[in-house]
Design a protein around this ligand. Structure first.
Ligand SMILES: Nc1nc2c(c(=O)[nH]1)N=C([C@H](O)[C@@H](O)CO)CN2
Length: 118
């Protein structure tokens, strides 16, 4: 059985992109996460310490992504997955990064990755 804690449309302003003009501005990216977990202990105890605190995840990612200056969404997605797996002890995570407006005539564009511990 796998439970999922998800977080959708976490919008963060950051420097990201391969073009010179993109290095001079901040753009808004949006992150969706699906984090595998077992919620049963928390459901029994009704205590926040027994679960993955999605607010803590959001806070950590906002601070990391705001300070980052990657060129590719691939690099950003990989780093986000690594933070969730290593710092929050999540065995498996799906990360979707949406860079709205990056491609003219496209509603949005981005990347989806799934990574596991080990
Ligand atoms: N696979 C990728 N393709 C492109 C990326 C990217 O990060 N990954 N980035 C760009 C530009 O920065 C684009 O977002 C600006 O129009 C182009 N292709």
């Amino acid at each position: 059985m796998t439970d999922i804690i998800y977080l959708n449309d976490l919008k963060i302003d950051t420097v990201i992109g391969v073009f010179e003009w993109e290095r001079r501005i901040k753009q808004t990216i949006s992150i969706d996460l699906e984090m595998a977990t077992d919620i049963r202990k928390a459901a029994q105890s009704d205590h926040i310490d027994d679960t993955l605190n999605y607010k803590a995840v959001a806070k950590r990612l906002i601070s990391f992504v705001e300070e980052s200056r990657f060129q590719l969404v691939e690099t950003l997605a990989e780093q986000v997955a690594a933070i969730i797996i290593e710092e929050f002890d999540v065995p498996r995570v799906k990360v979707r990064i949406n860079k709205k407006g990056a491609v003219r005539y496209a509603g949005d564009v981005g990347i989806i990755i799934e990574r596991s511990k080990g």
